[in-house]
Design a protein around this ligand. Structure first.
Ligand SMILES: NC(=O)c1ccno1
Length: 250
């Protein structure tokens, strides 16, 4: 997967050089290219924003630098044999970024991120590229950040960990919270490791029972309990047949 990020704060994306994403890049699973939007400005001040039409607070990101940047990046990808990227625009007014969308995006060969600053990007940029590309305006939560770069880090990690060969154990994301399938979209339950006793706290006996069926049942029940406590909305969403299927599989 190739992944391009256009930003006025390239240094904000330094974390993409470390940990899981950094290792994926080192293994050639991920080709990450960070671009400074100001490279596509032509005035002395490298201007990327201006006052909003209709008045109001703050500034809006100008369409010209974005248009030149996205056209240039698309041309570079096409020169490397890539067809068209999926454009991702992190914004508090986007649709929720979910594990299901992460799974969908992990199947794409090329993602381009357009994290905005200020009050956002001139709408005509989304309209222009929406006619040519698949565009996802996504929110990582019901809060407003100073810019979309933090959301790019979140989305990139959620997608990168799903790429083949990135997670050490290919099974690791099978039981992820929110992962469709065996845990029926329930939250992950509690996890434990050695030592068996810590500050007078022991681990659930079932986990050292050696009885895989009992362990699986315990984990499912704990996932159900934690989901009921923290995200009852997910229980409502659960398809009873899926839950039953999981029970039958235990
Ligand atoms: N909530 C978000 O995804 C977001 C992106 C930029 N600002 O907020």
């Amino acid at each position: 997967m190739r992944l391009d990020v256009v930003t006025i704060f390239p240094e904000y994306l330094e974390p993409l050089n470390v940990s899981l994403v950094g290792k994926a890049r080192a293994r050639g699973r991920l080709d990450v290219r960070v671009h400074d939007l100001r490279a596509w400005t032509h005035d002395r001040h490298n201007t990327v924003d201006d006052t909003p039409y209709g008045g109001g607070p703050g500034m809006v990101m100008k369409p010209e630098p974005w248009g030149e940047a996205l056209d240039s990046i698309m041309a570079s990808g096409e020169a490397e044999g890539l067809v068209k990227p999926t454009l991702i625009v992190p914004t508090p007014s986007g649709r929720p970024f979910t594990q299901a969308l992460a799974v969908e995006l992990a199947e794409r060969p090329w993602l381009v991120f357009a994290p905005a600053r200020y009050e956002g990007i001139d709408r005509r940029v989304i309209e222009e590229y929406g006619e040519r590309l698949e565009v996802h305006e996504v929110s990582i939560g019901d809060y407003v950040l100073a810019g979309g770069e933090a959301a790019v880090l979140v989305i990139t990690e959620a997608v990168a960990r799903l790429l083949p060969g990135v997670l050490g154990n290919a099974e690791s994301h099978r039981d992820d919270s929110f992962a469709p399938g065996t845990m029926a979209d329930l939250l992950e339950g509690p996890v434990y490791t050695k030592p068996p006793e810590w500050r007078g706290r022991s681990i659930p006996e079932v986990l050292i029972s050696g009885h895989h069926g009992r362990v699986a049942r315990w984990r499912r029940d704990e996932a159900f309990r934690r989901t009921s406590e923290n995200r009852p909305d997910l229980i409502e969403r659960c398809d009873p047949a899926t839950l039953d299927k999981h029970d039958r599989a235990l």
